[in-house]
Design a protein around this ligand. Structure first.
Ligand code: ADP
Ligand code: ZN
Length: 216
């Protein structure tokens, strides 16, 4: 079973949805840098205020800040049976840093899952996306409705629209994705870790395909 996993793909390609499902089934820790920054923002910490100035307009938080946050999370240890990194690494420098503190340890990356999705579909998903303020679970106002409008099925938390889930910030996020993050696919392919999936097959089929791959 592959258990130390990186999830990659453009914004709204389905990383968070897949991570939430895998997390509960396989006792893996979901480490989402986006969620960590949003939590810090709502807690009003120094880190949160700094991150928000980048995040809200769709820009990347500087590498040294992001790497520090992830390194600290890894050093805490309590990762369950493995991890699902969601939204990290997003640059080659972040990938090199991760390699530096995990290679040769039980935390070495086993697989990189890339979720492909075309741009029109990403825009549609982002404009209707709602997220739980409490647990970060993602919903969509048309295609992934909660049982009760505005309320998280999992934890009862309030659903809200992220400050960066608008078309303008999405364009910025996509440009960073193509420029800084997409080159990582080649990086991980060379390391023999990359596996591509088509995200548009639908959440349930996609999830089954991923579980099959992780079990191989
Ligand atoms: P997305 O839906 O775009 O995948 P995330 O929740 O992963 O969103 O990230 C939201 C924002 O948090 C990013 O646009 C960026 O500002 C910041 N962020 C998250 N992860 C990273 C990272 N690895 N490096 C730099 N910035 C990050
Ligand atoms: Zn919730």
């Amino acid at each position: 079973m592959k258990k130390n996993i990186i999830l990659m793909g453009p914004p709204a390609s389905g990383k968070g949805t897949v991570a939430k499902k895998l997390q509960s089934t396989f006792h893996l820790s979901h480490i989402s840098t986006g969620d960590m920054f949003r939590d810090a923002k709502s807690a009003g910490t120094e880190l949160g205020l700094l991150a928000a100035t980048y995040m809200d307009r769709g820009d990347l938080v500087p590498d040294e800040v992001t790497i520090g946050v992830v390194k600290e999370r890894f050093s805490k240890g309590d990762l369950g049976d493995g991890f699902l990194l969601d939204g990290f690494p997003r640059t080659i420098d972040q990938a090199e840093a991760l390699k530096g503190f995990t290679d040769g340890t039980p935390l070495a990356v086993d697989a990189v899952i890339n979720l492909d999705c075309d741009e029109e579909e990403l825009v549609r998903r982002i404009s209707g996306r709602r997220v739980c303020r409490n647990c970060g679970a993602p919903y969509h106002i048309e295609t992934m409705k909660p049982k009760v409008e505005g309320v998280c099925d999992i934890c009862g938390g309030e659903l809200y629209q992220r400050a960066d889930d608008n078309e303008e910030a999405l364009r910025v996020r996509l440009s960073h994705y193509y420029e800084s993050t997409q080159p990582l696919l080649e990086y991980y392919d060379k390391l023999g870790l990359l596996k591509n999936f088509e995200s548009e097959v639908g959440a349930d089929v996609l999830y089954e395909e991923i579980v099959k791959f992780l079990s191989e």
